[in-house]
Design a protein. Structure first.
Length: 310
């Protein structure tokens, strides 16, 4: 199998590294210090599932050096996606599949606009991994699994081939009955945590334990459930209480990546998370008062921190 990984950070480094370690031809697209480290020192991954190293690493800053591949793993942040999709053309063959692995529900359509819906396998990465320095990935939590499927949920040879390759590379591969249900279920989990945590500047343990903020958490989740339903997504009837139970299992001191980015004055995934809830709610005529409030407050904070207007 020949694959390209665009975005060689924690997620891309982990999954691409697993495939490369299993003997597949994996090409990483990186830049800066990460490009230099991978090119000269290789890739090192520390993981509860087993540490490993890959050297030499096939890496470049120009996808034209790679040519057509079987699979493209898009592992960049949502705000980097518009630039990433512009680099896909030299990687695409008639049967190439592109897996967008961003946290959100709009990324598959954005990629489909560039390469066609038939080339996209919507995907979800369930992992907590980050760069612990150039060329070094640290996997600290999450299943280390990939969930993916065809746009129409059909089971095709390319889906089965990828599932077999991942399973043989110590990566749990999940092909659900409905990939869109899975995408929205994760969306319903991460977005309220990120928005409420960033607005309150509180840990998960703090805002889930106070009656008022816990109620806001439930209301934000319920709004997303209603938006999903308005867009034809079949979420389970008990999705909110079951997701809240998952929240209650999270470390009390935990915070979301969006919370940390906004608190540090860095660009965040606000537009792809809370902003998407508001946009999709407006598009379907579904009220989203809690998420709209969170979005307006956080977009003002972010614009001040980054020196932009909006």
């Amino acid at each position: 199998m020949k694959a390209a990984v665009i975005g060689a950070g924690g997620v891309g480094g982990y999954f691409g590294g697993r495939l490369a370690d299993a003997g597949h031809e994996v090409h990483f697209v990186a830049r800066g210090a990460q490009l230099d480290a991978l090119r000269h020192e290789g890739l090192t991954v520390a993981s509860p599932a087993g540490d490993f190293s890959v050297a030499p690493v096939r890496v470049t800053d120009d996808p034209r050096d790679i040519g057509e591949v079987d699979y493209v793993f898009l592992c960049v942040k949502t705000r980097q996606l518009p630039d990433a999709v512009k680099t896909l053309t030299p990687l695409m063959g008639p049967d190439t599949a592109v897996l967008p692995l961003q946290n959100g529900v709009e990324a598959p359509a954005e990629v489909a606009d560039a390469v066609g819906r038939g080339a996209v396998l919507p995907g979800i990465a369930k992992i907590i991994a980050f760069l612990d320095g150039p060329g070094r990935v640290r996997h600290v939590g999450g299943q280390g699994s990939l969930t993916f499927g065809e746009w129409d949920n059909g089971v095709t040879p390319r889906v089965e081939r990828l599932r077999a390759a991942l399973d043989a590379s110590a990566v749990t591969a999940v092909v659900p009955d409905d990939i869109w249900t899975e995408l929205w279920a994760k969306f319903l989990f991460v977005v309220p945590l990120g928005g409420l945590g960033a607005v309150t500047d509180a840990t998960i343990g703090e805002f889930r334990s106070r009656p008022g903020t816990r109620r806001l958490l439930v209301e934000a989740m319920t709004e997303i459930q209603h938006v999903a339903q308005a867009h034809g997504i079949r979420l389970p009837d008990g999705i909110v209480p079951s997701t809240l139970a998952i929240v209650d299992q999270q470390p009390a001191v935990g915070t979301s990546s969006m919370h940390r980015d906004i608190a540090s004055g860095r660009p965040s995934e606000l537009e792809a998370w809370t902003g998407a809830v508001v946009r999709l709610g407006e598009r379907s005529g579904t009220p989203t008062p809690v998420n709209s409030f969170l979005y307006e407050v956080l977009s003002l904070r972010e614009s001040r921190a980054t020196g932009t207007t909006g």
